[in-house]
Ligand binder design. Structure first.
Ligand SMILES: NC(=O)c1ccc[n+]([C@@H]2O[C@H](COP(=O)([O-])OP(=O)(O)OC[C@H]3O[C@@H](n4cnc5c(N)ncnc54)[C@H](OP(=O)(O)O)[C@@H]3O)[C@@H](O)[C@H]2O)c1
Length: 331
């Protein structure tokens, strides 16, 4: 008798979960493929294009005939991914270039090499990212807190080094993949690199800080580029099944919570990429710049972002990069 009851409750729960999931999926937002700009032959640079959202985005761009460059650290994986994409799309024009956003030298080398090969960029997608708990005490090669260093400072330098190349591709777009976890972040100008925090006790959301910095940077960049023909967008792709948790050192029991949560709430990379495509390709966003998007629609973030803060973050980022480079030169 009890077996029947448990069975009935179990089936009921599964049906309820499937119903909830289907209902939730309706809110994810879908990019309108009938209303896009033509990217055939256009140069699209995607940072971190070998996994998760970047891989999905590279596939979508290759499908449309774009010249796709994926820039990340893992050459072996990137070449495998390129082969996989070319098996699906034999005409795919896609290449890999080595880029380590945790090293200022690597970013400079990449930018130099890139500009030898391409004289313009039509779409730059700042997608690469890491989610690394502060307690892991990870730093970039230049000694910056890992999340802030890779997600913000790395892309800040890369974008600035490639800015003239992006302008030459105008009308062009810069798409910054941020996150709603930016709303848990804070820009503390007295301790941008979280050096005053105790990694074991700190409640600071280091990833959230870096994603807030992404959004603040996108805002300031859009202001500085007004009239240049380059539009800037920042977005949250939603919670997506990818390898982003690779630095989190999850234990096996964590998966008891993660697996049902993933089934109920998480998007597939195909669903997650939709807002990236909306920003990169949609004609609806053609005349917009400096806006935030989520679920292929406007996103009104809860974070307070002011022009003063954006200008100050720009200057502080320049200062951190300059200071680190000068120090290195003197060593
Ligand atoms: N998944 C989500 O739920 C979610 C939610 C909101 C926002 N996002 C954002 O979406 C973006 C894509 O992440 P994902 O979810 O697709 O994660 P993912 O599968 O882990 O992909 C991250 C990509 O970033 C690259 N990367 C990491 N460190 C790098 C470095 N130092 N230099 C160059 N490339 C580096 C990785 O390639 P290599 O390791 O080869 O370098 C990989 O291609 C990130 O910006 C993330 O913050 C994700």
């Amino acid at each position: 008798m009890w077996i029947e009851t448990v069975g009935t409750v179990g089936v009921g729960l599964v049906v309820l979960a499937i119903w909830y999931r289907k209902r939730l999926e309706k809110s994810f937002g879908v990019h309108d493929v009938t209303d896009e700009i033509d990217v055939h032959g256009k140069v699209v640079l995607i940072t971190g294009g070998n996994s998760g959202l970047g891989k999905e985005c590279a596939t979508e761009m290759a499908k449309r005939g774009a010249v796709v460059i994926i820039a990340s650290r893992d050459a072996k994986l990137s070449l495998q991914v390129i082969q996989e994409i070319q098996t699906k799309i034999p005409s795919a024009n896609i290449t890999f270039m080595y880029l380590d956003l945790s090293s200022l030298d690597s970013i400079r080398n990449f930018s130099e090499e890139f500009q030898k090969k391409f004289d313009h960029i039509n779409i730059l997608i700042n997608n690469a990212g890491v989610y690394c708990p502060l307690k892991r005490r990870m730093k970039t090669k230049d000694g910056f807190e890992f999340n802030f260093g890779v997600n913000h400072l790395g892309h800040f330098l890369l974008t600035n080094l490639l800015l003239e190349t992006v302008k030459r591709g105008s009308p062009s777009r810069i798409v910054v993949v941020a996150s709603t976890l930016s709303e848990k972040g804070r820009i503390n100008f007295d301790d941008l690199l979280l050096e005053k925090e105790d990694p074991d006790k700190s409640k600071i959301h280091a990833y959230g800080n870096s994603k807030l910095a992404n959004i603040v940077f996108a805002k300031e960049l859009s202001e500085r580029l007004v009239g240049s023909g380059v539009n800037v967008y920042a977005l949250c792709p939603g919670w997506v099944k990818t390898d982003l948790a690779r630095y989190m050192q999850l234990r096996w029991w964590n998966y008891f919570l993660i697996v049902p949560a993933a089934f109920l709430f998480m998007r597939s990379p195909g669903q997650g990429v939709q807002t990236i495509l909306h920003c990169a390709l949609s004609k609806k966003t053609e005349d917009c710049t400096g806006n935030l998007y989520k679920n292929c629609a406007d996103w009104n973030t809860k974070s307070q972002i002011t022009g003063e803060m954006a200008e100050k973050l720009w200057e502080a980022s320049e200062h951190l990069i300059l200071k680190s480079s000068t120090k290195k030169r003197m060593e």
